[in-house]
Design a protein around this ligand. Structure first.
Ligand SMILES: *[C@@H]1O[C@H](CO)[C@@H](O)[C@H](O)[C@H]1NC(C)=O
Ligand SMILES: *[C@@H]1O[C@H](CO)[C@@H](O)[C@H](O)[C@H]1NC(C)=O
Ligand SMILES: *[C@@H]1O[C@H](CO)[C@@H](O)[C@H](O)[C@H]1NC(C)=O
Length: 448
């Protein structure tokens, strides 16, 4: 273990301030700046759960964990698999034979995202890399026989995207975890012999710049040794200067401790939060993992993705949009189409998104919903529905004689007139605004 050695040196190193293994110290660490500037990331849920591809990535739990089991999962198995078929038997069918990390990275790059987060290990415990602590339950020993985490990381970084890894702290059926759980988490056999050695190894090997922690909620952070791990991560790990983490480090930590806050899945605050946060959500509204029976009507369409992204960024959040690849290693074409379309929208409107800051006012809704962002003295008003008339009314901005309004993607400045002498303006839109996704950005210079 690295941590004890590190503690010895902590005493003698006079250089930079070091973080101590408590929340007061760890929570005070400034978030590395790349993260807030990035705004948009892609989340990828891929694992053995992609093979049954039924219900969600929680299939194993719904089938054989929870009491009573989900009858839909039970009959799916009895109708499609031989009697006695066990979940680990899905692993050899995780072929990933079409997995081309370069193709994936091209799609992620084209989406306009600046970071990618892959499930290195979900709650099923299967690692998408050759973890020495997950014998025969990893993607090198079985299934793809390939280092999925490493191969994707290389392609993603080659396109100047940041690379992050999702890691589940708990594993539904790990015998040591179940033993600790039975002991009321007063023992730490799972944490000391499985979780931590694997997590330290993963960080050193792959140098992830996001650690998207999950599966923390059954036990306190003291059981997971979260603060010790984070102190090492921030003081001494190979990614100490650039890594960001979320807030899932033990029961009660979400929305309270860690790096940025995820709070709950698909968290949507009503107003501007005081702390950097991220909304994770999924194109498939029913699942994070691939579903063989997904239907078009169950997916987010492009306008709803753009509206969600804009809403999130206007409230200071990052937007992490999930896709679930197939066990063959393909990103379903419908997901690819969504991601490329988001990228086409960002190509025109990204100026209002990347490295932006929330404005004095975040939203208003007179005739159409409007979301504001800002960059320096420039204010952006993003309109996320087609106005009934070719005009938009903005109530918040205070105009002057120097005020200039342009539509991103449109070369000509737009005509506008004041709404009242003190604030507000009416902008005349061109006939056919040039942006996909039913959302347009007005760039306002010379307003307050
Ligand atoms: C990406 O890979 C190509 C070809 O192997 C290489 O020439 C290029 O320098 C790499 N770019 C980055 C940013 O790593
Ligand atoms: C776990 O936490 C305990 C208590 O803080 C500490 O003594 C121990 O060194 C930690 N172990 C690891 C491997 O982090
Ligand atoms: C915005 O206002 C319109 C018209 O009053 C209304 O139909 C719509 O639901 C509002 N949208 C939001 C997001 O509040």
């Amino acid at each position: 273990m690295l941590a004890p050695i590190v503690l010895v040196f902590a005493v003698v190193s006079p250089a930079a301030a070091r973080y101590t293994a408590d929340w007061t110290s760890l929570d005070a660490r400034p978030l590395p700046s790349w993260y807030d500037q990035a705004k948009v990331g892609i989340f990828v849920h891929w694992g053995v759960f992609s093979v049954p591809g039924f219900g969600s990535e929680w299939f194993w739990w719904h089938w054989q964990g929870q009491q009573p089991p989900d009858q839909k999962c039970v009959s799916y198995m009895s109708q499609n698999y031989p009697p006695g078929f066990s979940y680990p038997e899905f692993a050899p069918q995780f072929h990933a034979q079409f997995f081309n990390p370069e193709d994936w990275a091209d799609i992620f790059k084209a989406s306009g995202a600046k970071y990618v987060v892959l499930t290195a290990k979900h709650h099923e415990g299967f690692t998408n890399w050759g973890s020495p602590h997950s014998w025969n339950w990893n993607s090198v020993d079985t299934g793809p026989h390939r280092d999925l985490v490493g191969d994707l990381g290389e392609a993603v970084r080659n396109r100047s995207l940041h690379y992050g890894l999702y890691n589940s702290l708990y594993e539904w059926f790990h015998p040591l975890y179940l033993k600790d759980k039975k002991n009321g988490f007063k023992t730490q056999e799972f944490v000391m012999n499985k979780l931590l050695p694997e997590l330290y190894n993963m960080v050193v090997r792959y140098r992830p710049e996001v650690i998207w922690s999950d599966g923390d909620w059954e036990a306190p952070d003291t059981y997971w040794n979260s603060t010790d791990f984070l102190a090492w991560l921030y003081n001494d790990s190979p990614v100490k200067d650039t890594v960001v983490t979320n807030d899932r480090w033990g029961a009660g930590c979400a929305c309270k401790h860690g790096g940025y806050y995820n709070c709950e899945d698909k968290y949507t605050p009503g107003q501007l939060p005081q702390h950097k946060w991220e909304k994770c959500t999924s194109v498939d509204t029913y699942s994070w993992g691939y579903r063989r029976n997904m239907k078009m009507s169950e997916l987010m369409d492009l306008p709803s993705i753009i509206e969600d992204l804009v809403h999130t960024v206007a409230l200071g959040g990052n937007y992490l949009l999930n896709v679930g690849p197939t066990p063959d290693g393909m990103i379903p074409a419908v997901f690819e189409e969504r991601l490329r379309s988001v990228g086409a929208w960002l190509e025109i409107n990204g100026e209002a998104i990347y490295a932006s800051k929330p404005w004095r006012i975040q939203t208003e809704n007179t005739t159409v919903p409007v979301w504001y962002t800002s960059k320096g003295a420039t204010v952006y008003a993003i309109v996320t529905a087609k106005p009934p008339k070719p005009t938009v009314q903005l109530l918040g901005p205070k105009t002057s004689a120097a005020t200039k309004v342009t539509l991103l993607g449109n070369p000509q400045p737009l005509s506008w007139s004041p709404l009242t002498p003190s604030a507000g303006l009416i902008v005349l839109l061109p006939e056919r605004p040039s942006s996909p996704g039913r959302a347009w950005t007005l760039k306002l210079d010379g307003v307050q």
